[in-house]
Design a protein around this ligand. Structure first.
Ligand SMILES: NC(=O)c1ccc[n+]([C@@H]2O[C@H](COP(=O)([O-])OP(=O)(O)OC[C@H]3O[C@@H](n4cnc5c(N)ncnc54)[C@H](OP(=O)(O)O)[C@@H]3O)[C@@H](O)[C@H]2O)c1
Length: 432
């Protein structure tokens, strides 16, 4: 006899409706695999009158998510409302009430993971969140469980499908950012308000969750370097190509030898030969380097109704296993090996620097001199022919340097009379 587990869905939008639909579709299979039959007993939405693509019995719907918490027949709540304040209050109350929480809310966990998991540990209530990072890719479970015997040397990820779609179109067709974004919005790949997608913060929320899980403490968002793809031009993509690189919005998570953790999500030049360079369109990928496993790469759909609900169904299976045999793991385990972030200004990288300069002798010497004063070495220089906005583009790649002095030097270069417009400084990742 299967155990029946009562589910409350808080949210019936893209993902919530997908979970309901796919529970109907694969519930019997899930039951055979887990010994549990999942029954959706309540669904909270904002607007009861809204027409819906996925149909569920009218009597399941409520406008108050608190009704899910008050129902003793609901053992697992699935938070898929979006936003931060309302889900935070809801998740807190769910844990207090002893209900297992499943959520896909990366913004909530990146901002409030520390307090949520402290409460979860105190109350011995699991919180599962596979859908919060990289949609259908099971990266949370892998980092938490499959790689539990590894020290993480580095994790790199392409974690935002919208940005990756835009950069892919810019690369393949030589288009500029603005028109591709407008088209992505029309096609529904980008939200009406695409800010979090293109300004890097959606990917940063996911990187914070991955880094926190890998290094055993909650990374404060203020310690993460985040930049969006808005300033990358079709010319930058072409120059990078000439140098043997692709530009990706890359999450880089790594520990230095002293145990300081670096997390950044910035447009980054990566060698064309690296596997992540060939991840195109809306796809996501995560490359994990562990001291025991070596390199492992995950690839798949990072968003969308079905891939994301696949991860939620996996979490429901976890919840069933917990109910059948409660165990220590509550979704996040802190440990004492690390515990501090490396200040962003002291993180080291190679860089790509694109300047607009006057077309006259002596300019290169002035620029080289400014870089030399800051002890920043030049790796290569290309000066493509032709004018861009009335100045000549000058593209330099630069040796490893700390970010703080590098940024200051880029500002110093911008103030030279021979330099026109704002320089573009991008990180380069060689994965060494
Ligand atoms: N979409 C994806 O591909 C994806 C992928 C990974 C993670 N996620 C995460 O999953 C979560 C849900 O995303 P989504 O795309 O499914 O969002 P969505 O389509 O906007 O759906 C949100 C749902 O929550 C309901 N809701 C909002 N506020 C509520 C409240 N105060 N009380 C009760 N119900 C409320 C809405 O009700 P109405 O239907 O009445 O408006 C709607 O059904 C977000 O945290 C998102 O970051 C999404």
């Amino acid at each position: 006899m299967s155990r029946v587990i009562g589910i409350g869905l808080a949210g019936f939008g893209t993902v919530g409706a997908g979970v309901y639909k796919n529970l109907l579709r694969n519930g019997p299979l899930l039951e055979q695999r887990t010994g549990a039959r999942f029954e959706v007993r309540k669904i909270a939405v904002r607007d009861m009158a809204k027409p819906r693509d996925v149909q569920a019995p009218a009597e399941l719907f409520t406008q108050s998510a608190d009704d899910l918490l008050a129902d003793p027949a609901i053992e697992v709540v699935v938070e898929l409302m979006g936003g931060i304040d309302i889900p935070l209050a809801f998740v807190r109350k769910a844990i207090e009430a002893g209900k297992i929480v499943v959520t896909g809310n990366k913004a909530l966990l990146a901002e409030h993971g520390a307090e949520i998991f402290e409460l979860a540990r105190d109350k011995r209530v699991p919180v599962f969140y596979e859908a919060a990072v990289a949609g259908g890719i099971p990266i949370i479970k892998s980092v938490r469980e499959a790689f539990a015997g590894n020290r993480f040397e580095a994790i790199h990820g392409i974690l935002n499908g919208t940005s990756n779609y835009i950069l892919t179109r810019m690369t393949d067709e030589g288009l500029e950012f603005g028109p591709v974004l407008a088209e992505a919005q029309q096609l529904g790949y980008a939200e009406a308000d695409p800010a979090l997608d293109v300004n890097g913060w959606d990917a940063a929320h996911k990187a914070i969750i991955l880094a926190s899980l890998a290094y055993g403490f909650w990374i404060p968002p203020r310690d993460v370097l985040v930049e969006g793809i808005e300033r990358v031009t079709a010319s930058d993509i072409r120059f990078a190509d000439e140098l043997g690189y692709r530009i990706k919005l890359l999450a880089t998570i790594k520990a230095d030898e002293a145990g300081g953790i670096e997390v950044r999500v910035v447009p980054t030049l990566i060698p064309k030969a690296h596997m992540l360079a060939s991840v195109g369109g809306v796809f996501n990928a995560v490359a994990v380097r562990g001291d025991v496993v070596g390199e492992a790469v995950f690839y798949g759909r990072g968003a969308g109704q079905d891939p994301t609900s696949s991860s939620v169904l996996g979490d429901l299976a976890e919840a069933a296993a917990f109910l059948q045999s409660p165990r220590q793991c509550v979704g996040f385990t802190s440990h004492g090996l690390y515990g501090r972030c490396k200040p962003v200004d002291r993180t080291i990288s190679k860089y790509y620097l694109r300047l607009g300069v006057e077309d006259r002798p002596g300019v290169l010497a002035q620029i080289a001199g400014t870089l030399a004063k800051a002890d920043i070495g030049i790796l290569s220089v290309i000066q493509p022919e032709g004018l861009v906005d009335g100045s000549v583009p000058l593209v330099l790649t630069l040796h490893d340097a700390p970010y703080g002095p590098m940024k200051q030097t880029a500002e110093a270069l911008a103030s030279l009379p021979c330099v026109k417009g704002q320089p573009l400084l991008l990180h380069m990742e060689t994965f060494s």
